[in-house]
Design a protein around this ligand. Sequence first.
Ligand code: IPE
Ligand code: IPE
Ligand code: MG
Length: 253
Amino acid sequence: MTITKDAITQQSLPRHVAIIMDGNGRWAQAKGKPRVFGHKKGVESVRNAVKFCRQLNIESLTLFAFSSENWRRPEQEVTTLMELFMFVLTNEVKKLDKNNVKLKVIGDISRFSEKLQKSVVKAEQMTENNTGLTLNVAANYGGQWDIAQAAKQLAKQVERGELCADDIDENALSQYISMNEQAPLDLLIRTGGDLRISNFLLWQAAYAELYFTETLWPDFNEQAFADAIACYVSRERRFGCTGEQIKELLAQS
Ligand code: IPE
Ligand code: IPE
Ligand code: MG
């Protein structure tokens, strides 16, 4: 499926896209190279994805860079991933800033080195007033962690006497869930062929369209991204309503 700019309206495009960038290791291994070679190549796909979202005026792009479970990987691989993260943060942030991109890191960064934590804060501060694409990088992120940290904040409010436990509902919890200030997640893409969420955006994905592709992350280029968007545009989102109700709503707008 291909996509042409004229055939789609901004309204039909997703406002918020998230990607589980999977398949770097297999991509490298297929070429007889060490896994880290795939991670390095994957950075190019990140650049392309950011550019693509900027061109389509997508509001938020959320990338799964390192999961809370990825610490279980061989020490050498974890170290390389951290170094790469540090390198990208320090070297790409100026370009992101120039392109009006707002960078946010989501996840429990307290487990990272002091140096890395400082770079994260600096990069976020440098770009915080930008009004173009918001790029969320999920690092040491887990969907279950996100829900637990939101619950903890509500519990603290109850402890301070600011909130009654009986008043806790979905709205109250969602206030503290990562990226609550941004557009709701519309499309969740996973590359690399596996059909699972791997503890990514559990709360936020409640009504997201899911798109799985066999393409390995280092091969995920503009065409592959356009195919995912075209697939999203062709789907009918009902949010629990019937198709007829949605059509009536559209006719009114
Ligand atoms: C995803 O690629 C990148 C990270 C988890 C950081 P993988 O490293 O999981 O690659 P595969 O799935 O082993 O091919
Ligand atoms: C998910 O990929 C995490 C990231 C892309 C950062 P994994 O390769 O870690 O997921 P599993 O282990 O196959 O579920
Ligand atoms: Mg993987």
